[in-house]
Design a protein around this ligand. Structure first.
Ligand code: FAD
Length: 335
């Protein structure tokens, strides 16, 4: 499908940073489109940890991932950007007049004068449990995300994994589950120290050097999990109510890798103005790398407006370097 409208800015990615950038783009009176691959906004926050309480965003002592995205989404809607879902942008074509055409996986074409990449680590997926019978228990009591905390209330939950998600789940579920056990095939967890300290000081049972090697159940529900000890090869069986797995993510930048952007380790190199190596293409959030970047939502929330101000200057070199304060904006000034 040909979307003939020419936009000033097209933001690829509707995660937290794409959403805030869309708001700021409206502040700068640019015609804005957001293209998101998933059917919903929120990026990793919605996908991996909607129930987690985030405490590292300035002026917000604590907010659930879902509420944060609800608020960012509401804020993004202020200036009514065009939102496109379930399209993965793969290709980029520079037209003779200097504008860009973005081409999605389904062949849809989007015309834009500038692009902001807010694509995180690419499109999101989870690594599945490498056990043949696992598939039949998905949708039953095998889970790859925690959508509703209360569901696990009073249950015996086994978590498999050793990264941030697995440990965050253990800490979230420990107060309400009957019993939480975490199994990890390595000796040490690879996540924030304070999360491991919290888990170690809780009632969560920690079993390192151990992995889930088999599932025993009736085809609908897992009744027991088979655990194998890495060192000894010893096998034991454990009764569980729910199995939660996080063995990492399948993240894919797709065709964007081929655009000719200067990249290091799967990230787009930018300068302080969030400019990439291609004129008219800017980037913000987890996709970006530069020295001493703050890998937190708080860091990305500052990069979005910087990228947008650079896009504005690219489109209109005479424009102010940055937007006025929102409190001075005509749409927010109370008369
Ligand atoms: C388990 C876990 C816990 C975390 N906890 C915290 C925390 O407590 N505090 C904190 O500050 N940070 C935390 N983070 C990090 C935080 O989630 C990220 O920094 C943040 O999500 C980055 O936002 P983003 O918008 O740059 O990218 P993402 O959230 O990754 O969003 C990118 C979006 O772009 C879309 N996309 C990608 N490629 C394309 C394409 N080609 N076409 C269309 N759409 C595309 C994706 O589908 C996705 O929706 C955590 C991360 C994880 C994994």
């Amino acid at each position: 499908m040909e979307n003939k409208d020419l936009y000033d800015v097209t933001i690829i990615g509707g995660g937290p940073i794409g959403l805030f950038t869309a708001f700021y783009s409206g502040m700068r009176e640019l015609k804005t489109k957001v293209i998101e691959y998933l059917p919903q906004v929120g990026g990793k926050v919605t996908y991996f940890y909607p129930e987690k309480i985030l405490r590292d965003i300035g002026a917000i002592p604590g907010i659930s991932g879902a509420d944060l995205i609800k608020q960012l989404s509401e804020q993004a809607q202020t200036f009514d950007p065009t939102m496109v879902f379930e399209e993965r942008v793969n290709d980029l074509k520079r037209e003779d007049d200097g504008t860009y055409t973005l081409i999605s996986h389904n062949g849809n074409r989007h015309h834009t004068r500038s692009v902001i990449l807010a694509i995180g680590h690419g499109t999101l997926g989870v690594k599945k449990l490498p056990i043949e019978e696992a598939l039949q228990y998905e949708g039953g009591n095998l889970h790859y995300s925690v959508d509703r905390l209360e569901y696990f209330s009073g249950k015996h939950v086994l978590i498999s994994g050793g990264g941030d998600s697995a440990v965050d789940w253990a800490n979230m579920l420990e107060p309400l589950a009957k019993k939480v056990m975490i199994v990890h095939r390595r000796e040490a967890f690879s996540c924030h120290e304070n999360s491991v300290t919290e888990m170690t000081n809780s009632s969560t049972k920690i079993r390192c050097l151990c992995y889930v090697s088999g599932l025993i159940g009736d085809g609908n529900r897992i009744e027991k999990v088979r655990l194998t000890h890495v060192d000894t090869g010893k096998i034991e069986e454990l009764e569980i109510d729910e199995l939660l797995v996080n063995h990492g993510f399948d993240l894919d930048l797709g065709g964007i890798k081929e655009w000719g952007l200067n990249m290091i380790d799967g990230k787009v190199v930018t300068d302080g103005k969030m400019e990439t190596s291609i004129p008219g293409i800017f980037a913000a959030g987890d996709i970006v790398t530069y020295p001493n970047r703050l890998s937190l939502i708080a860091g990305g929330l500052a990069e979005g407006p910087k990228a947008l101000n650079s896009a504005k200057a690219y489109l209109d070199p005479e424009a102010e370097a940055m937007a006025m304060y929102s409190t001075h904006h005509k749409d927010f000034v109370e008369v």
